[in-house]
Design a protein around this ligand. Structure first.
Ligand SMILES: [Zn+2]
Ligand SMILES: [Zn+2]
Ligand SMILES: [Zn+2]
Length: 359
C-alpha cells in the first residue's frame, strides 16, 4: 500500500476540517499520532464512547501532569487512520476509502473493537477478494477472527489453487507461515472429498428419482395407455411420435412387451435379466401403491398378497429402497415444477433407468 504523507488526500484533510468545524463540540483534547508523524486532533469523549480499547488508553493515568494526550496508531497508512477516525465520528465510510484501505480498516476495527465497522469491512473486503490478494486476506481474517471472510478466502483458494500458487502472496506465505500453508492444503483436501461425497449422494438421489419416475410411468402406461402398450380394455393411442410425458416411457413399454412374451421368464423373473428388472419394477410399484384394489398395474395385488402371506419384502434393503423412492417422489413433486424436473431428468439420465436398476 502506498503511503503518501506529504501529500495526504481527501480523507485526512476532510477529517481535519470536519473535526475543527464541529461547533457543538468542545476543543479537541487528544491527538492521534499516525505513521509519518502526522497528528489528528480528536475528542477523547467520542473516541471512548465508540471504542472500549481507546477508552482504556484514554483512562490510563498520565505520566506527567503536563504531558499532552497522544494516542499512536502506527503501522498503517496515515489516510487509513484518518478514515478510521472519521468513521468513529460519523459512522460513515466512503466506498473509495473501503476500496483503498478496507484491509487496514478491518485490522483497526478488530484491534480497537469497533464491531459495526468490522462487519462492514469484512463485507467490503470479501466483495473485493481477488486471486492476488486472497492469501494476504486469509491471514488477516485469521488474525482478526473473521470466520466468514476466512471461509470465503479458503474456498476461493481451493477453487483456484493453480493460479493462487503462482502469486507473490502465496510464495511469501510459504516462507513465513508453513502452518497456514498446511492448513490451506488440508482444507483443499477436505473440500475435494466433500465434493466426491456430494457427487455420490447426487448420483444416488438421481437413481431414486428415476425409479420414482419409472413408477409414475408404469402407472401411466397401465392406466391411460401410451404409444404401443396400454390396458387390456383399451386400444393404445394411435400416434407415431414418442411419449411426451416421460423420457423413459418408450423403454418401459418395450420392457413390458418383452416381459409379456419372454420365453425365459419364470415366476420370479429369474432366468432373463430384462424380465428380472421388470419384475422388480412391478414389485416396487406394489410396495408403494396405495390403491391396490383399483390399481391396473399387473401383479400389483398379487405382490401385496404375497408380501402379507410370506413376509416378502421384509428385508431391510428393500424397505430402504421403497422409502427412498417414496421420498424422492415426494421431494420431486414438492420442490420443482414438473416441466423443469422432467427436463432435468432427461438431461442427467436420459433413458438409463432400466440399465441402472440393478438390485
Ligand atoms: Zn407414455
Ligand atoms: Zn425376458
Ligand atoms: Zn398398484
Amino acid at each position: 500500500m502506498e503511503e503518501n504523507n506529504n501529500n495526504h488526500n481527501s480523507s485526512f484533510s476532510a477529517l481535519l476540517s470536519a473535526i475543527s468545524s464541529a461547533s457543538e463540540l468542545p476543543e479537541p483534547d487528544v491527538e492521534i499520532l499516525t505513521s509519518g508523524g502526522l497528528r489528528i486532533p480528536a475528542h477523547s469523549s467520542i473516541l471512548a464512547m465508540v471504542s472500549p480499547v481507546l477508552e482504556n488508553i484514554i483512562d490510563r493515568p498520565l505520566k506527567h501532569r503536563s504531558s499532552e494526550r497522544v494516542i499512536p496508531i502506527l503501522g498503517v497508512p496515515c489516510d487509513a487512520v484518518a478514515a478510521f477516525v472519521g468513521y468513529l465520528y460519523s459512522s460513515r465510510l466512503r466506498e473509495d476509502e473501503m476500496e483503498k484501505y478496507g484491509i487496514h480498516l478491518l485490522a483497526l476495527s478488530h484491534v480497537y473493537a469497533v464491531p459495526q465497522l468490522k462487519q462492514r469491512c469484512t463485507r467490503g473486503v470479501s466483495q473485493r477478494l481477488t486471486i492476488e490478494n486472497v492469501v494476504d486476506v486469509v491471514q488477516l481474517a485469521r488474525l482478526c477472527d473473521a470466520p466468514d471472510l476466512h471461509l470465503k478466502c479458503m474456498r476461493l483458494i481451493a477453487a483456484n489453487f493453480k493460479t493462487v500458487e503462482q502469486t507473490e502472496g502465496w510464495k511469501f506465505m510459504q516462507d513465513h507461515d508453513p502452518f497456514l500453508e498446511l492448513h490451506i492444503l488440508q482444507f483443499i483436501d477436505e473440500a475435494e472429498s466433500r465434493k466426491k461425497r456430494t457427487r455420490r449422494h447426487r448420483k444416488e438421489q438421481s437413481l431414486y428419482l428415476e425409479l420414482s419416475e419409472a413408477m409414475e410411468c408404469i402407472e401411466h402406461i397401465c392406466t391411460e395407455g401410451c404409444t404401443t402398450v396400454g390396458p387390456h380394455d383399451m386400444e393404445p393411442e394411435k400416434k407415431t411420435g414418442p411419449c411426451n410425458k416421460y423420457a423413459t416411457c418408450q423403454g418401459v413399454q418395450l420392457l413390458i412387451k418383452h416381459f409379456a412374451s419372454c420365453k425365459r421368464r419364470n415366476n420370479n423373473g429369474g432366468g432373463c435379466s430384462r424380465c428380472k428388472r421388470m419384475w422388480q419394477l412391478l414389485r416396487l410399484h406394489s410396495s408403494i401403491c396405495d390403491q391396490p384394489d383399483s390399481c391396473r398395474v399387473p401383479l400389483c395385488r398379487q405382490f401385496k398378497l404375497k408380501a402379507q402371506q410370506q413376509k416378502l419384502g421384509d428385508d431391510a434393503l428393500w424397505k430402504l429402497l421403497v422409502r427412498k423412492v417414496l421420498s424422492a417422489k415426494a421431494m420431486s413433486s414438492l420442490s420443482l415444477p414438473k416441466r423443469k424436473r422432467e427436463e432435468e431428468v432427461r438431461e442427467t439420465m436420459g433413458g438409463q433407468m432400466i440399465r441402472n436398476f440393478i438390485l
